[in-house]
Structure formats: C-alpha cells, structure tokens
Design a protein around this ligand. Structure first.
Ligand code: CO
Length: 216
C-alpha cells in the first residue's frame, strides 16, 4: 500500500464520521472516558478496536510483542497507572492470540538479538508450566496452550502492580480478564479465569497491602 493511500483513507474516514455526526470530532476532542484497558500483541492481524467493534474513545490500548506485562517496563507501568488512577478503567483485558510469532519464537532455541530479553518472560511461562506442557505431544496444541498460559501469567503480572492492587482494595476495580483472539476464525475467546481467585492463591507472596499504611 502506498502512503498516499493512507492519507486518502484518512480523508474518507473524516468525511464518513462527519456525515453521520457533524460534531463528531468536536465531541471527541473534549476528552476520553474509556472503561477498558486493553493489553494486546502488536501483531498487525489483531486490531483491537476492529475485532471488538469499539469506537475511538471507548478503549485505552497498549500493545507490544506477545502482550507482555514486564515489571521493569516503564511503558506498561505508566499505561496501567494512568488507566487505573486517572481514567479509572473498570476492566483490564489481557488479550493474546493464536499463531503469535512471539510465543512461537519462545518455543524455539534460537538467538534473536534484542528479542532474547523481551521473550525471556515467555520462556519463564514455559518453565512455570513445564509439567503440563510436556504432556502435550501435538506441536500445534502446545503452541496454542502456551498462548493461553502466557495470557494467564500476564494477567497475574497485572495484579502484581501496586497501582492495580491499591485501586482494587479501594474500589473493587479493575477487574482483570484473560482473553485470546483466534486469527484462524476471527473469534474472541474468554479463557474464563477468575483472576481474583487466582490472586488469592498467591497473595501471601505478591500482596503489597502493608505498604499502604491505611491503619488496618
Ligand atoms: Co503476537
């Protein structure tokens, strides 16, 4: 696709929006009040708004390779803090996808330069769930399962973030969801994990509540 085409698309999009509502951009400029934070993969096939049918202003988005939530990543921490403290999002969605190149790379033994460190957490997911994964003989099933387990572990990493815990104890939000998008069918799948329950099981390790000093 030529770059000119993109600017033409943009003009068409503006015309479409204004045709439906002459005040569209005027209202859009007033601010955002999204209820969702979406953490997904950068993969060009997994277009967050499109696949969920959401419009500008409805969802706060963070994307990186293989939807990682890495504790020392200033980017994800800033996004989560802003979403929780300022936008007060009620829902945080971690959405992985089948056929994820990042997950596939973590299933291989190869030197990938800068990607080595980024994908290390994915290899950690493999190690954490080694017993289960070693039972799976079919390579495609193994690949799919690692995609799912990665989403679960990244949800866990979201709960480990202090801003999330503080808000959680104060308001009961945000709720955290583990989803997978299937690029083979277009279907969005809820893994059905109860992240509150999952967190309670590891709470004695990751709970930061004593740091709050709220007098109880
Ligand atoms: Co991916």
């Amino acid at each position: 696709m030529e770059l000119e085409k993109i600017f033409q698309n943009n003009e068409n999009w503006i015309a479409e929006k204004l045709n439906a509502d002459p005040h569209y951009f005027e209202n859009l400029a007033k601010g955002q009040t999204p209820e969702f934070l979406y953490i997904g993969c950068s993969d060009s096939r997994v277009t967050a708004e499109d696949l969920m049918g959401l419009q500008p202003g409805e969802i706060f988005i963070h994307r990186n390779i293989a939807n990682q939530v890495i504790p020392t990543d200033n980017n994800i921490n800033s996004v989560v803090q802003y979403a929780v403290e300022h936008l007060k999002v009620k829902h945080i969605i971690v959405c992985g996808h089948y056929e994820c190149g990042g997950v596939k790379a973590a299933l291989q033994t190869s030197d990938m330069g800068q990607l080595n460190s980024w994908l290390q957490t994915l290899r950690d997911v493999r190690r954490l769930h080694r017993a289960e994964l070693e039972q799976i003989k079919d390579p495609q099933q193994l690949f799919d399962r690692l995609v799912e387990l990665n989403v679960r572990e990244q949800c866990m990493n979201v709960i480990k973030i202090d801003h999330v815990q503080k808000s959680w104890y104060k308001t009961g939000y945000p709720k955290i969801y583990a989803w997978v998008f299937d690029v083979r069918t277009g279907k969005l799948k809820d893994l059905g994990l109860d992240m509150e329950k999952e967190f309670m099981e590891i709470r004695e390790i990751y709970d930061l509540k004593p740091l709050e000093k709220e007098g109880h």
